[in-house]
Design a protein around this ligand. Sequence first.
Ligand code: SF4
Length: 395
Amino acid sequence: MDWIDIQKDEAHVKREREKARVLRASHWWQQQISAGVCHYCKNKVGAENLTMDHVVPVARGGCSTKGNVVPACKTCNNKKTYHTPAEDILAQLESAEAGEENHEEEHPTDMERPILIIAEPHGFCSGVARAISIAEKTLAQHPGTTVYCLHEIVHNEHVVAHLETAGMRFVAQIDEIPPGAIALFSAHGVSPAIRAQARALNLTLIDATCPFVEKVHAEVRRFAKEDCFIVCIGHRDHQEVIGIAGEAPDQVHVVEKPEDVDALVVPDGTRVAVVSQTTLSTTHVEQVMKRLNSRFHTLQLPSKTDICYATRDRQQAVSTLAKNCQQVIVLGSANSSNSRRLVETAEAAGARATLVSTLEELRQLDTRNVPCIGITSGASTPESFMDAAVAYLRG
Ligand code: SF4
């Protein structure tokens, strides 16, 4: 199986962006619900008089749905007949429950087969698709030449294996790259010290750092110029955080959890600024921020949270998914931060969640007697892995 088809994945990213737009629209609709406004006639009838054609932001099977919540007044609702995948899912769940109560039902095979719900959005984000596309183009432009990449281009073993087969060599340290070679920086970014080393080695550099990561680097540079004490919320061993902290090593202090905030020693009169890793759980960042706000009353914050759109939207979708399923499967590699956060988010929403990185692991997963399985994938997981996993689960 070819694990990467970049054109297919780029098309997937385009579709995901459209779905993200629809999701944002869905939030707007939720505001309309609170305001009690009918989506169709625009009359303000009060929230209690609205009915909702409610589609959870997920798709079922191969049929993609728009994750809309459409509030309608009773008059408008009566004029329209809705048949949504979400209603379908609920009907099937009820039917499955009825089947559990009466084992003599007529369609035992259908009853035994779990409902499979695919989270939308899932899979490649724009930053990952961009990095892989840059890597593939670089390889194509330099046939027969070894192209080096400092660290995994993205945290996914299938992607790395695919590029290795195509001739890319991944290294953990910059001094493993021979002087004058062609080298890529991964989507996670690097510190200025690494850039200086690369220049000293006279490397031909191609930078695949995600623009959302680059934005955090720029924030750190700005806060550093303003002599701030910079708190970076993130995992200190993650390449992205190492690169961000390297922008101002004497001023950046990494905190991983709320308790770490208590240990910070800030010189009197110094302003405290906060940035964060892009792929953290929104809930986790909120908890750390709460502790920071209670300790420091004049925090300097970036204009928006540093958690990127891809991380936020995937977490929101898996949270909704987990409320509708008993088991959630997250396709992604063990070192993928955003995939691991999806597992935590699904668990926090009440489902059993498992991170699966290969088809072999999926085959070993016990999904018997689970009425409804949800599946999603991290931002660095190729769509072809999702296709293969769905094909396997459908039997
Ligand atoms: Fe960029 Fe976010 Fe994707 Fe990471 S998860 S590559 S920060 S868009």
